[in-house]
Design a protein around this ligand. Structure first.
Ligand SMILES: NC(=O)c1ccc[n+]([C@@H]2O[C@H](COP(=O)([O-])OP(=O)(O)OC[C@H]3O[C@@H](n4cnc5c(N)ncnc54)[C@H](O)[C@@H]3O)[C@@H](O)[C@H]2O)c1
Length: 327
């Protein structure tokens, strides 16, 4: 199948491209290459690359030519940045998704919108199903929820072949170091303080990135048009436990942990029920205990990937955000 992967130069999109190339698909990537999108993530892969934004109809028309399906990963993805500077989130998630939907409506190609557990908001106990109400709590999750509703509205109105795939917290190779796990791994490897929000008891449902990529592939191939599918990880853990595990794996010292002022509106717990995607034949293959070891090892072995980030704009972002410099 010829696939257009929007946002394919990012963390999850590039993992998805790898999975689909291995399965024999032909892949075109459309990516704006924001700070989080990197050509390095697609290094050595045989793809066609179109540099452009999903909110640009000309770039989309060029990239979509001949595609049989479109999977949209393109997004601004950091909640902290959405609190400080929400405009890009509205542009990419609302306008960008609209432009893509118009393009696929004309061409009648299959579409998967990649979304997040954060659209449901926080849950103290139990798990969200696909029919749980959307109750987003940050500009990131609110604009992602808006994009999901736009997709649902287009399916209902125009009868398009579109599905939504909502993942839980991903981790694995090539994740930009502003996110919890790569942030802690790289800071631990450098002996920098490990900034933990609030009391560290925010619970996340962790999924290894290749498992999510396979889940999205399952929905692309077998999902029922108009349906949403949760793809949750097999294990949940409070942030502080994740940080302590990273300390063990990197041989860092626990005294590096530094509790910092919590993120405003920080959701306490996310949890997804994934029976619906399991019924399509998907199952998570990587448990957290194994995946976190693989992830630490990847960052340890691939300094060429993160060194340019840690010595570039990210330093200034980090200093602005945490009020202290990286070592
Ligand atoms: N990371 C997670 O834990 C997680 C969990 C569930 C769902 N998701 C969703 O998965 C998708 C991918 O997330 P990620 O973690 O790989 O993000 P990422 O930030 O690593 O990558 C996002 C990619 O989108 C590109 N992009 C951004 N704006 C664009 C635009 N306007 N036009 C074209 N390209 C654009 C960036 O250049 C980058 O390559 C997002 O939609 C996100 O909401 C992420």
């Amino acid at each position: 199948m010829k696939l257009l992967v929007c946002g394919g130069a990012g963390f999850i999109g590039s993992a998805f491209v790898r999975v689909r190339l291995a399965a024999g698909d032909e892949v075109v990537v459309l990516d704006k290459l924001t700070y989080a999108g990197r050509r390095e993530n697609l290094q050595d892969l045989e793809i066609e690359f179109v540099h452009g934004a999903i909110e640009d109809p000309d770039a989309v028309a060029k990239a979509i030519d001949g595609a049989e399906a479109v999977v949209n990963f393109a997004a601004e993805t950091h909640v902290d940045r959405s609190i400080a500077e929400p405009d890009a989130f509205v542009r990419t998630h609302a306008l960008g998704t609209y432009v893509l939907l118009e393009a696929i409506r004309e061409r009648r190609v299959r579409y998967v919108q990649v979304s997040t557990d954060e659209v449901y908001g926080s849950i103290e106990e139990g798990s969200f199903t696909e029919s749980s109400p959307l109750a987003p709590s940050s500009p990131y999750s609110a604009t992602k929820a808006g994009a999901d509703l736009l997709v649902a509205g287009y399916v209902h109105t125009y009868g398009m072949e579109a599905c939504i795939c909502r993942g839980s917290n991903n981790y694995g190779p090539r994740q930009y170091p502003e996110k919890l796990i790569p942030l802690m791994v790289l800071n631990a490897l450098h002996g920098d303080p490990l900034p933990v929000y609030g009391d560290g008891m925010n619970v996340r449902n962790w999924i290894y990135v290749d498992d999510f990529a396979r889940g999205i592939g399952t929905v692309l191939e077998r999902g029922v048009p108009g349906e949403a599918y949760n793809v949750g990880g097999p294990d949940e853990a409070p942030n502080i436990e994740v940080v302590k595990r990273i300390i063990e794996l990197t041989g860092a010292d626990e005294s590096l942990i530094e509790y910092v002022t919590d993120r405003p509106g920080h959701d306490r717990r996310y949890s997804l029920a994934s029976e619906k995607v399991r019924a399509l034949g998907w199952e998570a293959q990587v448990r957290f205990a194994d995946g976190i070891g693989r992830t630490v090892e990847w960052y340890r072995d691939n300094a060429w990937w993160w060194e340019p980030i840690r010595s570039g704009d990210y330093r200034a972002y980090y200093e602005r955000h945490y009020g202290r410099a990286l070592g």
